[in-house]
Write a protein that binds this ligand. Structure first.
Ligand SMILES: [Zn+2]
Length: 186
């Protein structure tokens, strides 16, 4: 045995058996934190995760799930385009209307519940109004409330059709079975 080849003893990290190895190898394993083993069998066993079948399946599912999230982020633009193409290709207004109608009951119930809160209701009314104004007037949407106020003011200065008809006595002279205004012919 050559003088430089110092032997050092160590315990296997897997089975705990006492072994000897070249001192330099032992030192390197300690410095690098690689672990020391009897042979490839003990090393291989140390690499096992010792999961039950259920744990192994759950572990794999979780890794697949995370990979899916990562991939969808990477391919976001492509996926969006694919979905838009699919929608264009398959959209049928008639069947879509039927599908929407199925959900209408739920929607009405939901909105009734929603409108019970006066704060939420005020917010929703303001939001809807702003959305309609933007759709109708585009970049000038901020002028819409002023226009609305003006229109209401003008309308308020003139009597409505109901008020005009009432002033003419329409509702007083209306006879049973007839919608005609008798005073008009008198
Ligand atoms: Zn061992």
């Amino acid at each position: 045995m050559a003088a430089y080849k110092l032997e050092a003893s160590y315990r296997c990290d897997q089975c705990g058996k006492q072994n000897t190895k070249r001192a330099a190898d032992v030192r390197r394993a300690i410095v690098c934190g690689g672990g020391l083993f009897c042979d490839k069998v003990c090393f291989g066993l140390s690499r096992r995760k010792w999961l039950t079948d259920e744990e192994r399946i759950a572990d794999r599912k979780e890794r697949v799930r995370l990979y899916g999230i990562k991939r969808r982020e990477e391919l976001a633009d492509q996926i969006k385009k694919q979905k838009a193409d699919y929608f264009k290709r398959t959209y049928n207004p008639k069947s879509a209307k039927i599908e929407r109608a199925k959900r209408m009951g739920w929607h009405v119930a939901y909105m009734r519940e929603y409108y019970k809160d006066p704060v939420k209701k005020a917010e929703k009314v303001a939001y809807d109004r702003e959305r309609r104004d933007k759709a109708k007037y585009g970049e000038f949407w901020e002028c819409a409330p002023i226009l609305r106020e003006l229109e209401e003011d003008i309308r308020g200065r003139f009597p409505t059709q109901y008020e005009r008809m009432k002033a003419r006595g329409y509702y007083l002279t209306k006879t049973k079975g007839s919608n005609r205004c008798l005073t008009a012919t008198m």
